[in-house]
Design a protein around this ligand. Structure first.
Ligand code: GLY
Length: 314
């Protein structure tokens, strides 16, 4: 059975940005489904569409790092264990396409930073300035607030004393106040008629992250994974997902849980901190799992078995 499952990030959404995320997921499903005869084409098309939609924290809509620059991460993996990834890509919005080129055109799996950008140029991707005006405005505000918290006033705007270098805690606080800043990583998993599986994930990472920070999304076995049985795309707090090698652990759990992607996805969430992770998983028979320990996870699916697109915030 052919199936495509897509996510637009885990977190907490408001009614306004929730409906925008679901519209985005619906659009990605349509575009990805038009390529479903080949699982790899399908997931790349779905993720590429979300990268261009400006709604999500990836591609054109990516958040900015502490220096005010986008650093994009993405990975693509197939059930035949082919993989390509990029990290800290700054001048090309379609990170998933560059990841695909890494997979198809190089002997490597992951290219980072300047090397990834140079490779993108060599592959003919145009140089783009990434950073929507709304993202830049928020960047200026939040960076000011972050610096203020470290400065002579020594307090955050909520009155809590700031103890530099409790910087990471400060960022977490910001993310709690503005959950949309963290979430919006996108991903897709597909199985085609020949039972071929592919998984793809793309992200702008975390707002005000340190320059050079690498997310789980570009790391095989953490935020993105595929083997002959199962494809997985993860969203949430990259540092948590990496420490748990989340996707690979889920794949091992799948075999231990009677090959049930839903049970395996739920089991994988046990033991990770609350409010940190969402996941989609799909096996070669078209069975899928959607699970999260955040308030929402924008996702959707389409299969041969149902003519309609199903989307939800679950
Ligand atoms: N999962 C996306 C990130 O942490 O960057």
């Amino acid at each position: 059975m052919r199936r495509l499952v897509v996510h637009g990030g885990a977190g907490r959404v408001t009614p306004e940005n929730g409906s925008s995320a679901l519209e985005g997921v619906r659009g990605a499903l349509e575009v990805g489904w038009s390529e479903i005869d080949d699982a790899t084409e399908s997931v790349v098309a779905a993720v590429r569409w979300m990268e261009g939609s400006r709604r999500f924290n990836c591609g054109r809509g990516a958040v900015l790092n502490l220096q005010g620059r986008a650093e994009l991460d993405a990975a693509l993996m197939t059930g035949q264990r082919k993989a390509g990834a990029v990290s800290n890509l700054s001048w090309t919005s379609h990170a998933i396409e560059v990841a695909r080129k890494v997979m198809e055109e190089t002997p490597h799996v992951l290219l980072c930073g300047r090397g990834a950008d140079r490779f993108a140029r060599a592959m003919g991707f145009p140089r783009e300035r990434i950073g929507l005006p709304a993202r830049r405005k928020l960047y200026t505000e939040l960076r000011g607030e972050l610096l203020e918290g470290r400065g002579s006033r020594g307090r955050w705007s909520d009155g809590r004393p700031s103890h530099h270098p409790a910087w990471w805690a400060s960022l977490q606080k910001l993310v709690k106040r503005y959950p949309e800043l963290l979430h919006g990583t996108v991903g897709a998993v597909a199985v085609d008629r020949r039972g071929r599986i592919a998984a793809a994930t793309s992200t702008g990472g975390i707002f005000l992250k340190m320059e050079g920070r690498v997310s789980d999304s570009s790391l095989v076995g953490c935020g993105t994974y595929a083997d002959p049985d199962l494809g997985i795309s993860v969203t949430g707090v990259g540092e948590v997902i990496i420490r748990h090698t989340f996707a690979r652990s889920l794949a091992e759990g799948y075999r231990a849980h009677g090959r049930d992607p839903q049970a395996a996805s739920q089991a994988a969430l046990r033991g990770v901190p609350k409010d940190s992770v969402g996941v989609i998983a799909l096996d070669r028979k078209g069975r899928f799992g959607v699970a999260k320990n955040t308030t929402h996870l924008a996702h959707g699916t389409r299969s041969d078995g149902s003519s309609s697109v199903r989307v939800g915030l679950r």
